[in-house]
Design a protein. Structure first.
Length: 181
């Protein structure tokens, strides 16, 4: 007899600890995505080095210095980068009347974060010739400056959703008018 698959309840999710330095569940999830072959300590080192580099570069460009602790400012920058590149819609393929349509769907907040983190890692891995922490830091800095491949991916996804949203509504209204005849 097969074992019942293990699922994590909402209570257990709340009890999950974050990472060691920031105590953030978001950084913990990000490290899980960066991690290869179970080497969590290495993924934390990559992420911490990247976030320190982002903080150092961003603080150098700002004239106003904050009174908050360094780790708190780093988390604010990371949250800001995720908020900037968060997509509000995505497209899902749906089969209607023998044809496949790309239907726009609203994205939940947790899914938005997952999509952004995947984009950051995916585009950082495509860059070559630099250490992993520097590639991730460059992607995050590009997001904070509102340029780069992650912002382009967000705009492509949202423009595709907008275009298909209008098409889907028009197609839906045609089928309703034909059904009433």
């Amino acid at each position: 007899m097969a074992r019942k698959p293990r699922t994590i309840s909402r209570y257990q999710k709340e009890q999950l600890r974050g990472d060691m330095r920031f105590d953030s569940l978001k950084i913990y999830r990000f490290s899980s995505m960066v991690m290869k072959e179970g080497k969590r300590a290495l993924s934390y080192k990559i992420i911490y080095d990247a976030l320190d580099h982002v903080h150092h570069s961003f603080e150098k460009s700002q004239e106003v210095k904050s009174d908050k602790p360094k780790d708190e400012r780093i988390m604010e920058l990371f949250d800001k980068a995720i908020d900037i590149s968060r997509p509000s819609f995505e497209v899902k393929s749906k089969r209607i009347g023998g044809a496949n349509y790309q239907i726009p769907v609203e994205v939940s907040r947790s899914r938005q974060e997952v999509i952004v983190m995947r984009w950051i890692i995916e585009h950082a891995r495509k860059r070559k010739g630099e250490p992993a922490w520097k590639r991730i830091a460059t992607e995050i800095l590009d997001i904070l400056n509102e340029r780069g491949t992650v912002i382009k991916a967000k705009s492509n996804l949202e423009s595709m959703a907008r275009a298909n949203f209008a098409f889907y509504k028009r197609d839906k209204s045609k089928s309703e008018s034909q059904g009433s005849n």
